[in-house]
Ligand binder design. Structure first.
Ligand SMILES: Nc1ncnc2c1ncn2[C@@H]1O[C@H](COP(=O)(O)OP(=O)(O)OP(=O)(O)O)[C@@H](O)[C@H]1O
Length: 263
């Protein structure tokens, strides 16, 4: 591809105004096709659930979007820019965030210190173990993010003393640090109690409208409440897209997923 082609390509995609565009994304692990010809478009501020049974390819899809995996084929555009070969850090700089199923929190630090460090790391693009002088703007931002995940009364609590569900809420605050425009949530409701799930739904629904997200979630009640659109995956392919209502009432989805004993 020539420089001119690339520039024209980027311009064309930018004018489409999408947060994320996957075109023909395939990911092979040896002979195994974890993803086959995935086409996915997410608009700015859109809230998309990606559902599917175990091994459907959901996590691999996230890993390709974040840059942890390079797709075998296909292209990925983030906010109009072709990021297919960009490393994860370059995608983070463009407003992409991700939460993991495993905790990345510092147990020996308070809630506010964890969020402060995340804000500081994103603002500098690197992380220093030296204790810097506190930056008041970043501290104020950290306090805002703690409020956004309903944890202000716990801001001085040591993370190791938080309940599991509270730690998951805090991970959302970390994902909100910097200026995210698209967040990938990896099973945020896993292991939560019914009360914690209700709290999670309220937090996700209360996020600022310009922040879009994609949520992988086995809990259909959570996924269909917090999403405005749904992609159904099976065997590495997206086989259906629709509104939460359309997906919930779709006979093929019910057969394959809802009634199939998966999840
Ligand atoms: N690093 C890897 N090396 C080899 N195979 C992999 C790798 N990662 C995933 N796979 C395979 O790719 C397929 C899709 O896996 P993936 O983890 O993306 O599914 P999933 O939908 O996220 O499943 P789950 O709901 O169980 O997390 C599976 O067959 C899995 O074994």
């Amino acid at each position: 591809m020539t420089m001119t082609d690339t520039a024209a390509d980027r311009l064309g995609s930018a004018s489409s105004g999408n947060a994320l565009e996957l075109r023909g994304v395939t990911k092979l692990f040896g002979a195994l096709a974890a993803l086959t010809d995935i086409n996915l478009t997410v608009r700015p501020g859109e809230r998309r659930a990606v559902l599917g049974s175990n091994g459907a390819g959901k996590t691999t899809l996230f890993n390709c979007v974040t840059g942890d995996f390079l797709p075998t084929n296909g292209s990925i555009r983030l906010f109009g820019e072709d990021v297919t070969s960009f490393p994860p850090q370059e995608r983070i700089r463009r407003g992409l965030r991700r939460t993991y199923q495993i905790s990345l929190l510092f147990g020996g630090l308070s809630v506010i210190d964890n969020v402060y460090l995340a804000c500081r790391g994103v603002s500098r693009g690197r992380f220093s173990m030296l204790r810097p002088r506190r930056n008041d703007t970043l501290m104020a931002r950290a306090a805002e993010l703690i409020e956004a995940v309903h944890m202000t009364p716990l801001k001085d609590t040591m993370v190791r003393n938080l309940a599991y569900g509270q730690q998951r809420q805090l991970e959302i605050a970390l994902a909100l640090s910097g200026a995210p425009r698209l967040i990938l949530f990896d099973e945020p409701a896993a292991g939560l109690s019914p009360t914690e799930r209700s709290e999670l739904i309220a937090i996700l629904m209360g996020l600022p409208g310009h922040i879009g997200y994609i949520i992988i979630e086995h809990d259909m009640d959570v996924a269909l409440r917090v999403a405005t659109s749904v992609s159904m995956m099976h065997n590495g392919r997206i086989f259906k897209e629709g509104s939460p209502e359309e997906i919930e009432n779709d006979p093929e989805v019910q057969e394959l997923y809802l009634g199939g004993g998966h999840g």
